[in-house]
Write a protein that binds this ligand. Sequence first.
Ligand code: PMP
Length: 285
Amino acid sequence: MKELTYFNGEFIEPGAKVVSVDDRGYCFGDGVYEVCRVVNGRCFALSYHQDRLYRSMREMDIPVRMTPDDLTELHEIMIEQSDITEGYIYLQITRGVAPRHHAYDRSKLEPQMLMYIRPLDLDTIAAYGKGVKAITLPDERWLHCSIKSLNLVPNILAQTKAEKKSAYSAILFRDNICTEGACSNVFAVKDGILYTYPANDLILKGITRQMIATRVAPSCGVTLIEKECDREFIEQADELFFTDTIGGVIPIVKLDRMQVGDGKPGPVTMRLRESLEKVMLEGLP
Ligand code: PMP
């Protein structure tokens, strides 16, 4: 098993200095990215990640140079050559290289693509099932959070505050409404019904969120309502959990200083977590 790094058409040494100081990703965070889970030697839900990548690129006005088939093939090559069966593939595309100037000229820029594959420690992911702590913070991001942009400064600051308080992550509130986590989506369970923020421009439409909404919750017989939940609702929820590609469904057992429910991962959360794990093992293109 070995980690592999790919940059603009070739495999490179992981520490190789290949990025130009004039790369707009480096100067401005001007680019997009995706993270896809490798489960059992296959990418999980790659077509969903690709759809979101192309949508992010369209909205950022970054031209697409690779077809979905080429991109799929590249993911498969990386898995095969690295021999990594449980891990993740990170992909980022920046707008290109040009002397630093805020405005860009599309005709003079060639997007730069980086990809790498790394293994994941499944014991760490399994341990999330015991429940994690979350803190609450104001959502201070821009108004296009549905774009998976490299520009993650508010997320980084929120996540750092959370980790300093030994929390898994932060739950963000905009105008007293829970939007999502600093790097995950957020769900609440109240009286057996599942709630999450509607998929609009103020959150990232997580692929895991999409799996819960379209496959996992229906197969578990759990009703999902997409609605704006205020702080009081979140604080009084029976169960809370995060979702993201790496951790799946992550039960929240402590919110700031309060216990969530009885302080243990809730039954609905755990049913969804196990069901998602099954879907991931079965695989999805
Ligand atoms: N929201 C944000 C802000 C994220 O960064 C992420 C991904 N880490 C998610 C939600 C979850 O998305 P996904 O399920 O596609 O990983």
